[in-house]
Every structure is written in structure tokens, then in C-alpha cells.
Ligand binder design. Structure first.
Ligand code: DGT
Ligand code: CA
Ligand code: CA
Ligand code: ZN
Length: 591
């Protein structure tokens, strides 16, 4: 069990206790313990047996150490399960709606808007109940439930239902890693590879497709291996169990399809289950024209399917079809099949091409690490430079910098830069807020001293398309703006992009020589793959950044690189694949 699971269970218990009106001091001890579990670098499940070591962690006292031991032993907390039985499993989902905290849930409970379902009711039960109550006007007149709040809830439910059932790429990735590690513990399972949308690097994943191979997966002998899959500790419920395929849900709700395959058809299966469906359909047509048939088992002769042409690796299959192997991110039938057949595929960017990361936050605003810690993490990534870009004062809740603090911060950044003695360049920068009218949040004289000025929208998302477009255009017209940060403001599965004429903004950014960002934080991935294609077509300068708020997050750049691959971008198209000097020169260049 990873620390995040401990943190989640403790946090959920705190939420449920708050709904239940428990003593606020006790609730706070759960939240502090959850925070501690999230922050600590110790592996909680590994040290759970040793109460003394748990007690050394800041924020964990005697009673919380006992709770952590209970979680390690049972995978859950009795307090939490008891409250879930009382309020219904759906209340945890209810808490995911924007503007919905434990206090509001308690209010809805007291008013009889939500009631606990029987134990086998679907988990979305509470959300359905709330939607029905809004529809029937039964929220009107409840305390703190003005028309605006009710409308916000209605919209929140709509968004939630649209994205329900999909999962962020980093969440799916982490699950895939955990399950693969477990599967490989079985002696006859040698290799586990994610396929489907996760392998193609899609920003969200519907279900997880995992392919397993090895001697234990040979045809007719899969019994014990299937047994092992079915015993996965993170399994929540079994969906279907056959000789070659086991489907189940993990506790977080994600569906997992594990397929057990003999080594000789592994390449064919990997190709087939990676998809996309559209890519596979076009590929099969090409095979037919060549007198071949392509299935999840093999590429074979059409007139005699027992004659296998290629099956063991993807490379052999594509080669037998007269094509080059291509990265899974490109397999969406958007021209890659034709280009590959002409041996004219672009060499798309790779994570190893990155030389720097120029958007990250420190403890000066809402980050959790120091400038030095960020620099240390950047060295581990093999980077040559970073830029420290904390928030500006308009974002008060992030402790954003005003002019005075910003100048002081520049000095500290330059200090670290000097201390790195050339091993890493540390640029002074800022993520300056774009105010409601498009003005930047800090004075020109201060911006003029920064090497990297990112301008971003963080407030007033509800503006009309005209207002928002004018606002962003004005911000990029500012001569100090070098990069437009997370241009559409979306939060995957949580907040739609704001209304914006993206085409007009990208076109103007290209004219002005202002770079546009692909923000690689897995909750953003903004610009999306389609807009990235457009940005390239329009001749925009493109930068990709991790937007890390913690030194441990710099590695998440990889999720963004995969979106760039999906957009067919090359290292050449991206500014921060250049060395420090080349990057700065390109960033400053005006057409
Ligand atoms: P997802 O799960 O919605 O994020 O997207 P995928 O692409 O992972 O879709 P999924 O899990 O339904 O199927 C995985 C791959 O298996 C898919 O990319 C292509 C292949 N596949 C599944 N069903 C079919 C089918 O009916 N025809 C073809 N040609 N391929 C299929
Ligand atoms: Ca899938
Ligand atoms: Ca699937
Ligand atoms: Zn931002």
C-alpha cells in the first residue's frame, strides 16, 4: 500500500467525522496525520510494525500511529467504514463536487436531501439524490443555498457525470505500475506491458489494459497465473474471469483488463490492444490489400491462416506490412499509417530531449520545496537549467509575491544560481497573474529584471469568450510577457477550459513571438494535443513545463512530453530542448 492510500483513508475519515459533527480537535488530528502521510519520505507500510518510528513523524501521535497500523493490517479503518454505512458510500463522491464540503453534506443530510442507500446501491446514489432534489427545487430556502450556489452544484454534477468513469493518466499509470509489480512476483509471468489508451499516452484513461506474458501464460496452462491475478490485494470486485483474461475493479473504481498471452503472439496482441481502434481498422485494411489478415494472435496469410507471417514483436508486424514501427502515441489514424508506409515518419520528441524546465513554484508562494531543492531535483533530471516562477500578489491564497518580495526573491534565486557554479543555470522568473482586464499583476520595472516571465489566468474563469479573448490578447501584447502559461485553464475531469478563441490567441502569440506553454502537470496537460498541432501549424514557439509545486514532481514532465508526441512535435519545435543560451535567445527573439 502506498502512502497516498494511507493519506486518502485518513482524510476520508476526517471528512466523514465532520459530516457526523464529531469533535473538531479529533478531526484535525486525522487531517494532520493525512498531511503527514502525504509528505513523509518514509514508506508507511514498511515501518508500520514499528510504532516508535511512526511517532517520529511530525504530525503523528499515539492514536494516529495506531490508526496507521490498523490501515496497514486491514487495508481500511473501522471508523471510516462505520460512518460510510451510516451515510452511504456515495457521500465521498458527493465531496468531489466543486463547492461541496463536509458542512454542506451535513446540511443536505439534516434536510433529508440525501439519505443512506442500502449497501448494494450504486455509489453515485448521493449525487443522483442531490440532482433530483435540485431538479425538484427542494434546495431552495435551505440555509446557505442561494440561487448561485444551487446553479454551481447543478453545473458541478453535469461536469462530474461527463467525466465520470475516466481517470487521469498519472492515476492510471500508478495503478498499472503497482499491478505490474504484483503480477511479476508470480514465477511464470515475465513481462507486463500496459496497452490501450495508457500506452498511447491519452490524457485520460477509460480502463486499464495490461498484457502479461511468460511460461505461465502459455495456452491451456494459465490456471495458476489466473489464480494469482485474482488474488491481487488491491482488487475491489471481480468483473469476469476466463482462461486468458481477468477483468476487475480496483478500489479507486478503475477497471483493469489483464490478458495472459503466450510469447509467440505477444507482438500481435500488444499491437491489437494498444489500438487505437481507428488505427487498427486502417491497418487491417492495408493487410487485406496485401493478402494478409491481422488479428490479436498474428499477421497471417489470408488464404491460409495457419501460415503466420509475423506475431512475436510489433516491429516484425509493421515491417511485414511495409511500414516502420511508430510510437504508440501516434496511433490515432491521423496520417501516421501513410507516412510510415512512405518511410517518412517525423522523429517525435522524447523525454530525453528536454534540457530545462522553466515553470516551478517554491515555498516563496504555494510550493513545498526550496529553490535549492528544486535545483537538486533538476540536476537529477539531467537538466542544464530551470526557472523559478512563483505566483504574484493577486493570488493571495498562494501567498503570491508583491514587487518588494519579488525583487528579494530574484536576489535569492541568483544566489542559488551562483552556488551551482555552472552545473545548472537557475533563472529568475515569475508566473505573473493576468488580471481581469488583461493587465499584468506586477510593475514593468520588476518584470524587466526577470529572465522568464510567464503570464497566466487564474481567476474570473466565468468571463465571456469575447472578454476572455481580449484579456489574454492584451496580456500577450505586454512586451514583458515571454510565455503564456496553461493557456486554456482546464483541470482534467474537474474544470472545463474557459471560453477562449484559442485560434486567435495562438495566431497573435506567433506574430508577437510569445511562446505558448504546454503545462505537463497531469491535472492540466494544457494545451491539449489538438491545440498543440494548431500551435505548430501557426508557427508558435512552444515551451513544455512541469509547473512543479514540489521537488518530487519534476519527473512528471514525461506526461506532457507524451502529449507533444501525440501532436507529432519534434525536439526542434520546442524551445527548452535547447541549451541554456539557445533557449534564452529563442525566448527573447521577436519576429
Ligand atoms: P479507453 O479505455 O476508453 O481509454 O480507450 P482504449 O483505446 O484503451 O480502448 P479499449 O480499452 O476499449 O480497448 C483497448 C484497445 O483494444 C483499443 O485501443 C483497440 C483494441 N480494441 C478493443 N476493441 C476493439 C474492436 O472492437 N475492434 C478493434 N479493431 N480494436 C479493438
Ligand atoms: Ca482501455
Ligand atoms: Ca479495455
Ligand atoms: Zn498557474
Amino acid at each position: 500500500m502506498d502512502n497516498r492510500t494511507f493519506a486518502r483513508l485518513l482524510e476520508e475519515t476526517a471528512d466523514l467525522m465532520e459530516i457526523d459533527g464529531a469533535d473538531s480537535f479529533r478531526i484535525r488530528s486525522y487531517r494532520r496525520a493525512a498531511e503527514a502521510a502525504e509528505q513523509t519520505t518514509l514508506d508507511l507500510s514498511a515501518i508500520a510494525g514499528d510504532a516508535a518510528r511512526l511517532l517520529e513523524i511530525d504530525g503523528i501521535g499515539k492514536s494516529m500511529a495506531a490508526r496507521i497500523q490498523a490501515i496497514a493490517a486491514t487495508g481500511t479503518l473501522e471508523q471510516r467504514d462505520e460512518l460510510l454505512r451510516k451515510y452511504g458510500a456515495g457521500v465521498l463522491e458527493l465531496l468531489k463536487l466543486p463547492g461541496m464540503g463536509p458542512k454542506t453534506v451535513a446540511l443536505l443530510w439534516d434536510a433529508g436531501v440525501i439519505a443512506s442507500g442500502d449497501s448494494d446501491s450504486p455509489s453515485s446514489n448521493s449525487i443522483d439524490q442531490l440532482a433530483a432534489a435540485i431538479e425538484a427545487g427542494r434546495l431552495n430556502g435551505l440555509p446557505r443555498m442561494g440561487a448561485k450556489q444551487i446553479e454551481k452544484l447543478r453545473k458541478g454534477i453535469e461536469d462530474y457525470r461527463r467525466s465520470a468513469g475516466r481517470f487521469r493518466i498519472d492515476v492510471a499509470d500508478e495503478q498499472a505500475r503497482q499491478i505490474a509489480a504484483y503480477l511479476k512476483k508470480f514465477p511464470g509471468i515475465e513481462r507486463v506491458t500496459p496497452a490501450g489508451s495508457l500506452r498511447r499516452g491519452r490524457e485520460t484513461v477509460g480502463d486499464l489494459d495490461l498484457l502479461a506474458t511468460g511460461p505461465a501464460c502459455a495456452a491451456g496452462q494459465t490456471g495458476p497465473a489466473v489464480e494469482h491475478v485474482a488474488a491481487y490485494p488491491g482488487l475491489h470486485d471481480m468483473i469476469a474471469r476466463g482462461e486468458n483474461k481477468v477483468s476487475f475493479h480496483v478500489e479507486q473504481g478503475l477497471q483493469v483488463d489483464v490478458r495472459l498471452l503466450p510469447g509467440e503472439s505477444y507482438g500481435a496482441a500488444l499491437q491489437y490492444f494498444t489500438g487505437s481502434k481507428a488505427h487498427n481498422v486502417a491497418l487491417r485494411q492495408r493487410a487485406l490489400k496485401m493478402g494478409l489478415t491481422l488479428s490479436e494472435w498474428a499477421l497471417a496469410k489470408l488464404d491460409d491462416e495457419s501460415v503466420v507471417v509475423a506475431a512475436a514483436t510489433e516491429e516484425e508486424i509493421y515491417a511485414a506490412l511495409g511500414m516502420e514501427w511508430m510510437p504508440p502515441e501516434m496511433r490515432e489514424n491521423l496520417g501516421e499509417i501513410e507516412r510510415s508506409a512512405q518511410h517518412d515518419l517525423p522523429r517525435v520528441i522524447e523525454a530525453a530531449d528536454m534540457r530545462g524546465d522553466v515553470h516551478m513554484h517554491t515555498t516563496a508562494s504555494d510550493g513545498r520545496s526550496s529553490i535549492r531543492e528544486m535545483a537538486g531535483a533538476a540536476l537529477e533530471c539531467g537538466y542544464q537549467y530551470i526557472a523559478i516562477t512563483d505566483h504574484s500578489k493577486n493570488l493571495a491564497m498562494t501567498n503570491g509575491l508583491d514587487e518588494k518580495r519579488a525583487l528579494e526573491h530574484i536576489r535569492k534565486i541568483h544566489e542559488v544560481d551562483r552556488a551551482m557554479e555552472g552545473r545548472l543555470r537557475v533563472f529568475a522568473g515569475i508566473e505573473v497573474d493576468i488580471l481581469a482586464d488583461g493587465a499584468l499583476d506586477l510593475a514593468d520595472e520588476v518584470l524587466a529584471q526577470m529572465e522568464v516571465v510567464i503570464a497566466s489566468v487564474h481567476t474570473r474563469f466565468e468571463q465571456s469568450r469575447e472578454e476572455m479573448t481580449a484579456r489574454v490578447l492584451r496580456a500577450i501584447e505586454n512586451p514583458y510577457t515571454r510565455i503564456l502559461g496553461h493557456p486554456t485553464g482546464r483541470l482534467l475531469l474537474r474544470r472545463e477550459p474557459f471560453a477562449l478563441d484559442t485560434g486567435a490567441v495562438l495566431k497573435r502569440a506567433a506574430e508577437l513571438g510569445v511562446a505558448v506553454e504546454h503545462n505537463a502537470a497531469p491535472e492540466r496537460l494544457d494545451l491539449c494535443d489538438r491545440d498543440l498541432r494548431l500551435a505548430k501549424e501557426l508557427g508558435c514557439k512552444i515551451v513544455i513545463n512541469s509547473d512543479s509545486h514540489d521537488a518530487r514532481n519534476l519527473g512528471k514532465m514525461g506526461y506532457g512530453v507524451r502529449q507533444l508526441k501525440r501532436a507529432w512535435l519534434t525536439a526542434e519545435d520546442v524551445l527548452n530542448t535547447r541549451d541554456a543560451k539557445g533557449f534564452l535567445a529563442l525566448l527573447r527573439a521577436r519576429p
